[in-house]
Ligand binder design. Sequence first.
Ligand code: 9MJ
Length: 676
Amino acid sequence: MTATDIEQQINQLRRQINDYNYRYYVLDAPSILDAEYDRLFMQLQQLEQAHPESITPDSPTQRVGAQPSTAFQSVTHTVPMLSLNNAFSETEVLAFGKRIRDRLHDTDDLAFVCEPKLDGLAVSITYRQGQFYQAATRGDGMNGEDVTANVKTIEAIPLQLRTQDFPTVLEVRGEVFMPKAGFIKLNEQAEQAGEKIFANPRNAAAGSLRQLDPNITAHRPLNFYAYAVGQVQGYCLPDTHHAILQQLQQWGFPVCSENRVAINEMACLAFHAEILAKRASLPYEVDGVVYKVDALALQQQLGFVSRAPRWALAHKFPAQEEITTVNSVEFQVGRTGALTPVARLKPVVVGGVTVSNATLHNMNEIARKDIRVGDQVIVRRAGDVIPEVVAVLKERRPAHTQAIVLPRQCPVCGSDVLHLPAEAVARCVGGLACSAQLKQRIKHFAARRAMDIEGLGDKLVDQLVDRQLLHSIADVYQLPLTALMQLERMGEKSATNLLTALEHSKSTTLARFLFALGIREVGETTAQVLAQHFSDLTTLSQADEEALQQIDDVGPVVATQVVGFFHEPHNQAVIEQLLKYGVHWPQPAPMDQSAQPLAEQRFVLTGTLEGMSREQAKAALIALGAKVSGSVSSQTNFVVAGRDPGSKLIKAQALGVRVLTEHQLNDLLAQLAMDD
Ligand code: 9MJ
């Protein structure tokens, strides 16, 4: 090959790789397989190694390679990087619109560009003659830090502008962020390696960008969305913000696909509501939306007031994290005796809800986060999960904090607490002598997905145990009407209704009954698997660990718990009583293997399904032999994602699990019904 041939080949490879990145990051439409991309990349690397004189700084192979530095240089922003004024309510947004209209006098039409507000790190990237030149953090808006070597490793950011028609100097501004899926994966890897866990994707993005060694940044899953230009020389920009965003996309920058032009403030508010509703299912974290006056001439007329533009507004979502103080820590006792440390907090409003308790999970977590009573902590409340303490503000630690100590005795019954070194949780050994455990067991027994005893709620169970009317789960079927009627807020009618519900609940299924017994490690799915395999309780209760482990999905841990449970004389007595009091279930029909087209297939359902309940979908899948579980893992074959699917969808995407829409699920079920 001649030198010209080689140069041509190298240029072609670079073009192909840049094109692939553009399609992947900007157009969101990957055009080749990852393996093919890797092959092209290696081919280019080999050619460049053989011909080092051909290497140029904008070659895709040159993203990584800078030496670790000892400090970041300071960069002065030619055009200051301003901050945005914040609004938290509709009233403030309408006032923002009115201020603008008043200033501009004659504005019937006032279009805005609405953008999700990404929760990452603002950066400025300068291109000279179309080539990546320098990248800097926002810093204080006037001076930032030179993070050129690190930003250069982010594949989404072009090293060279795509079209021939570009400014001699172009400064692009936008947000470097870590997608949720990448964040989950990064933390999983860090946990396995015993390394530091990041509290949220923003911290992870900031930490990754502030690495002195760009080789580390290169391995972090960072992405970028452009949302503004800074200095521009030698080019006439379009006259609206939305057209600038389109131009940025043509130059090769990813721009958020949710961005939208809104014709007035009311349309802005609708955008806010829409993104808020989508928040959990977006693949990146957002903390609000941004409204920007679309016409640049109007932006110029409006100008700035103290370091923020008058023409833009950040309309924030209710915060999901706040800072507060740990006043004390109490230990709650669960159904299996597990002691869960719960922080009693100085009440704080998080995302519109007052939070005064947060789970600390277990003693290992307390040690890992180094939480002490008296500390100021960050609490997070996301969706409907229990609030948790994310991190301690160590620099604010007061002089006299107290260590959190695991009690030696159960705070409810006084029995010993056992903390096996191999287990994360500590447990009260009191068993059913511990009223806390008894209450939780009965609540679990009565729950909708277990025996489904309507009217036997948490408060009622607490009263019944405290008054010594219940000593075991079987006692619920022996409650006398007269005793019930003496309880608080319980008239004759409610008492009779409860007895009817109790009677009704006796007709159940073996799977529900097994789940209701509260055997450790036996959740709803395992209960279903056991019921399907054994079909009668006597055989199951006599099975040994070996027989149990023959079943798919039953490992040594579950097998040990099941055998242990049925060997316990007290448990045998309770089961006998329950059967004597009339609990019964139909004998399942023998399993026909040919009717199990989804055998071995593992499904996870997430989000709201429109045409059926999750329970119905689950039953339909199980009837075809599928396993339906609650969490996504590498073992999962399919995730069915309904409306507002949340973190399970993100995890599925992170693990490359196949995702089905409700429509596709229906097609699959219909197809299998036809095959039958
Ligand atoms: C974020 N964080 O997503 C701006 N931002 O515009 C968007 N930030 C911004 N725009 C001017 N979408 C200053 C900051």
